[in-house]
Write a protein that binds this ligand. Structure first.
Ligand code: DLL
Length: 430
């Protein structure tokens, strides 16, 4: 960590003070990465840039990008910048193909992570003394253990539930009376269904707030969750490579997109095809440089997440990201039209007689790609009503997205339910 430590409460810094802190920390990070990680040294040398060239925050643009492929190429520990004996914890993200990416934390890194989660939970309106049901998965995934430490750091009570065992989740929510819940948005829907199936009213739980992330979700989904459970639903963002949950988090007062905790992470957006930096306000690929990480510094890490940077509101000196539309990799190209599952989610949730339980199936008919939205019908409504709603959905997709899809109404409870990150797209074309 740079010796120019920021004051304890970075949220009270003025903008110039924050920028000065960022610059000192950026200079420290770049030097630390260059001196201790051979891959960074080689990439900087190739690009003809040295740590001494970083004189302003904009100079970050002189540095080469880092990608998931770099992490894979140095698997498992090749990008650690401290001796293994100083690494207190390891996390890994599985990914669907290839090797997992492995990340490490020093004691100091874990300490700062807990602080940032505590800050994120406070932004969501959670207070010391609150009881927090943590249903993010424990283990190599950063969600469970990451959130756990922050809940304790805040001075709240943690119920370390992890994901899965949904009936048990309902039981413990009923018995332990938590005021807050942490899980993926799709899993909270699963839990809400299970509460109903247990003959209870989701409106009447002790829950007051949910801090949801680890997958894309729309403002429409927020409204659906808030309506069903009578809670505030707040967005938390992060990724393992950059730290885990708590890189950015939303204020319950404004609910207008996560604030990036800029005293620890420098965000940029770039054109994903050319790598050209974009001005704030333009949608592109989100890129992060860590400013305080010891074990696993990241320089201009390309997240593949698509969003734009917006001015701070609840925390005026820290920029926000707009709710993430999706990842580059999630983009579906259907007969020349680009679309994200979140666009379908927005349209689905606007139609009363449909449930939010849907998956997208991609198939090939002859030489043409086709997509079917398989969506569960509402258990309380006639099939015919739901079939009509399905035609409305089909029409809206045609109008708003510009592509023709099939919509198939499925029986209640027949589609897979989320227990963590939900698998929304099934590509059956291969
Ligand atoms: O999902 C960390 C996390 C845990 C965040 C719990 C929030 C809550 P990974 O498994 O490495 O880490 O996956 C990171 O998930 O690049 C995004 O594509 C997606 N993601 C995470 N949070 C959000 C969010 C964790 N709030 C990847 N909105 C990221 C949209 C999100 N996408």
């Amino acid at each position: 960590m740079p010796t120019t430590a920021a004051p304890a409460d970075a949220l009270t810094l003025t903008s110039p003070e924050l920028r000065a802190t960022q610059l000192a920390r950026l200079q420290w990070t770049v030097r630390h990465a260059y001196e201790n990680v051979p891959l960074y040294r080689a990439k900087f040398d190739d690009a003809g840039v040295s740590p001494a060239d970083i004189r302003s925050l904009d100079d970050v643009r002189l540095l080469p990008f880092t990608t998931k492929e770099d992490l894979r190429a140095t698997y498992p520990f090749g990008m650690f910048a401290v001796p293994m004996a100083d690494v207190r914890r390891i996390h890994a993200s599985s990914g669907t193909t290839g090797r997992p990416t492995v990340v490490g934390y020093t004691a100091g890194d874990l300490d700062r992570w807990a602080d940032l989660i505590a800050r994120s939970l406070a932004a969501a309106g959670i207070r010391p003394g609150d009881r927090v049901h943590n249903a993010y998965g424990y283990g190599l995934f950063t969600g469970g253990l990451g959130a756990h430490a922050g809940i304790e750091r805040l001075g709240a009570t943690v119920i370390p539930m992890s994901g899965g065992q949904t009936a048990r989740q309902v039981q413990l929510i009923t018995d332990f009376q938590p005021t807050a819940i942490l899980c993926t948005p799709s899993y909270l829907l699963t839990i809400a269904d299970a509460i109903e199936e247990a003959g209870l009213d989701p409106h009447q739980t002790s829950l007051r707030v949910a801090v949801l992330g680890a997958e894309p979700w729309t403002n429409q989904m927020r409204q659906e969750i808030e309506r069903r459970l009578n809670i505030d639903a707040v967005d938390i963002y992060g990724l393992s490579e950059v730290m885990g949950p708590g890189v950015a988090s939303e204020s319950a007062l404004t609910k207008d997109g996560p604030h990036v905790w800029e005293d620890h992470f420098l965000p940029e957006t770039i054109d994903g095809d050319t790598g050209t930096p974009l001005p704030d306000g333009e949608i592109g690929e989100l890129v992060f440089t860590s400013l305080t990480k010891e074990a696993f510094p990241v320089i201009r890490y390309r997240t593949r997440d698509l969003t734009r940077l917006l001015p701070g509101t609840a925390y005026p000196t820290m920029r926000r990201i707009e709710k993430i539309t999706g990842r580059n990799d999630d983009m579906i190209i259907l007969r020349g039209v680009n679309l994200f599952p979140t666009q379908i989610e927005e349209l689905v949730i606007g139609i009363e007689s449909l449930t939010p339980h849907f998956v997208l199936e991609l198939t090939r008919e002859g030489r043409m790609d086709a997509m079917t939205v398989r969506i569960e019908r509402h258990p309380d409504l006639e099939r015919e009503v739901c079939e009509q709603a399905a035609q409305v959905l089909r029409q809206r997709i045609k109008v708003h997205i510009g592509t023709t899809v099939a919509v198939r109404v499925e029986e209640p409870g027949t589609l897979p339910r989320s227990e963590g990150k939900y698998k929304r797209v099934y590509d059956l074309r291969a």
